[in-house]
Design a protein around this ligand. Sequence first.
Ligand SMILES: [Zn+2]
Length: 279
Amino acid sequence: MQLTFYGVRGSIPTPGGEYVRYGGNTACVHICLEDETDLIIDAGTGIRKLGNELIKKQSPIYILLTHNHWDHIQGFPFFSPIYQKGREINITPGQTSPYEPDQILKQMQGSVFPVPSDALASNITLKELPESTNSWVLGSAKISRLMINHPGKGNAFSIVDKGRKIVYMTDNELYPPYKKDTEFLTFVKFCEDADLLIHDAQYMLSDMPAKLGWGHSVAEEAVKLAIAANAKQLALYSHDPDRTDEKIDALVEHCNQYIKVAKSDLTLFAAYEGQVLKF
Ligand SMILES: [Zn+2]
């Protein structure tokens, strides 16, 4: 598998000189599976640039959505393959509450966008799964999903392909003040032995309690999850819009101190736009 980060920012795009190293586009990763299937997770503004690559091909595209918050669907109207005649685009919506599987298309209607979704030249299919389906096969990979703790709910995904495992778990509040959909130890099991865990790290303990209940995790807790799950690598993700490059560097250094104290072999980094990882 080859994974590329196209958007790593949480909540809202964050342009500006202080953000260029990690990048300001919102959530989007591309995974090229072992059989070369193009899998995309989330359609934040990062998906625009990815579209400029994928439009050179004709093969089917598969998009998994964690949930429908703007920062996870907002790039879709600017994803050029949707305008490509006959291009097959399959979208698996997140298990949100309320359940609104077509919200990604509904954002292209009325007075907010000039091209309505029913005028698109591509063949877009909403691949809704039965509520009880938590694992399925896509190309050479096995995909699994799990409920996240987040206002409006949604999913985390694990992708296992030829024995390598990537877990994508963003907009997840590990210890929320509201009723949890998933307990910490269930997250640990889901992430067990992952080669890469991509986890929400929008906040730090020092941001609390002001942002408790906002649906994101503190970086220190993401480290705890990665160590408990015996993950090999942890990518801090969904960077706060106010977290400059310098502050993200400091966050990584801070989290590495936890890893050192725990005498763990975990490799930690903050995800940045354009970063490519091979498995
Ligand atoms: Zn969200």
